[in-house]
Design a protein around this ligand. Sequence first.
Ligand code: GCW
Length: 737
Amino acid sequence: MERFLRHAPARLMAALALHVLLGLAGTGLAHAALDDGYDLWLRYRPLPASQRAALRSGVTGIATPDDTPTVHAASAELKRGLAGLLGRAENAIPSLAQPRAGSIVLSRAELPAGLLDADAVRRGLATAGNDGFVVRRTRIKGDPVTLIAANTDIGLLYGSFAWLRQLQLGAAPDQIALLDKPALPLRVLNHWDNLDRTVERGYAGESIWNWWELPNIIDPRYTDYARANASLGINGTVLNNVNAKAEVLSPSFIAKAAAIANVLRPYGMRVFLSVRWSTPLELKETKTADPLDPLVAAWWARKADEIYRSIPDFGGFLVKANSEGQPGPQDYGRNHADGANMLARALAPHQGVVIWRAFVYSPPAHPDQVSDRAAQAYDQFKPLDGKFDKNVLVQVKNGAIDFQPREPAHPLFGAMPDTPLMMEFQVTKEYLGFATHLVYLGPLFQETLRFDTRAGNQSMTVARVLEGAQDGHVGGIAGVANIGSSRNWTGSTFDQANWYAFGRLAWNPDLDSRAVAREWAAQTFAPDARVVDPVVDMMMRSREAAVDYMTPLGLHHIMGTGHHHGPAPWVDDLGRADWNPVYYHRAGKDGIGFDRTATGSNAVAQYAPEVARRFADPATTPPEFLLWFHHLPWDYRMPDGRTLWTDLVNHYDHGVAEVEAMQAEWQRVRPFVDARRFDDVAQRLAQQRREAQWWRDACIAYFQHRAGLPLPAGVRPPAQSLDDYRKLTFPFAPGHG
Ligand code: GCW
């Protein structure tokens, strides 16, 4: 503390003084003056006195069925959490051989004798499956207890975390009754982490995997990573970048991955690896990488055996093939199914899976013959529906271009009834302001998961598609991680919320993103409406704000070349036409937007007929997708009578105004948030405000130049000339990997 105070800048000191003045010291709010964000949402700060008293009598000890590593992790977490919430030492909460009055009882399969409502619990467990749980206040032989029951060890761990979450949210201990289970079996993080510890599209320091020091040096952070993920129900992690190196399958890297797997295993997390298609060829162990060559298949089978000897519960392979220059089966005239199935057969004897990415788009055969990038994944994969082996999942990005601030759901969802699909979201904010901008992604995830594909002419949301509602092929959900070596894991406090929201929606895709934001804010700051209300309000307007100041009305991919930082709608000279922003917005004298209707690329026809009909007509296309599907004249009339040009400019202005509103809201929480995090967020918001203005100014300057129109009345002209914006370069922007 003293050391901190000596070095604390004046603003921190002032905020600390304010905490003392407001009498917040000792309430758990001011306690957080030193909060560096490491604890994430698992902070377990002391509850207010009245709640502490209510909880105390129910925490006389923890009775567990046995001490398997996972049960041990559950009881350790309960001790840590309860000690924190009660302001006690962990050893004040003993492990018990038998339940006693006021104890917490973990019960797997066999329910304790003398349980009051055993039948109700049994009914709950009958529906809880492998990962679910039942939590309730009840009695054993007359003694009051908190029962956490599940069919498996991991269910007990998830139930423990769920109970602790309720306590952190301020729920009365005797009111908590939970019955929950995940909707999807595979809930996986994808790390785009390279073996040299750089992270592609990472904005939170280096990779958390210290590959160099592994396998003999184990960073305790790996355990905290596992705890955080298990608290959400995330049950798998792909350790390395999909732009994979052959070396990841060398014996030394398998040993490193095995060391990580050993740490993660008790927390129910399985390890996966991204593999490079041409690995055996590059390691010079085969003469080709043709999937139909028996020697190639035999190599992969041997490699799988080798991996499973070190990692018996290895999850499987994630593959980016024939995409953005990566090698793949098409190099040998084979298709994606040929490639995926060959790997699947190597993994099948070990119950492993292949997750094959559908993020593919090819360079045009002739420069003047550019096909629509948005249509290509569907064109390549739709014909392969039903051709994949049982242990293959096809992983589809949420939209057909690339993790833009807004995209309509990918047309492959609903179009592959005979193939289990994985959703791929990007939790790291490659196109949404890196870790600088506060953009809560919950609404983005929710929007896609609730998109109604109308597959089979019936209501069929993307979430139901993933769950296998179409034809019983159950898929999963993946999130490209935003986690790194920074002390607060994600580079900024609010980016922790995106990890949190991904995990919660992976568990239950029907959760409401606002409710998830409330949970996160209460655990991350304090369960106090004076903090939670303004914070949640900021979060809920943040994504739309970013869409407005970056790419309103369905615009997309107009970011800076390579790093994707800032606006660059003018770029028209890249190696491939479909990498240029001008290809995506097509702004000219005649109008703006990408015609994906029958008069253009007709990508709209890839959606189910009802959806396609709606998107084919500008009058029935939701305004937020207007320029995604249509090329329209600048004087096109929007529903409220304004011209498209005026509406576009107004959106840009609104985006900037929203960031200002977020800044004002953040000021309101100043008395209730520790000085360190308060200051960091305030600085990031100020930078977001500057960058939003830059986006707005540069885009308006450019589109005005293309349209040749005057600015709508009352609109402030951009601060600088178009040329000034065009000249900006960012050779050292992060995330290149
Ligand atoms: O979003 C783009 C990124 C690439 C990424 C690629 C992909 C890992 O700009 O950095 O590569 O997508 O998803 O494969």
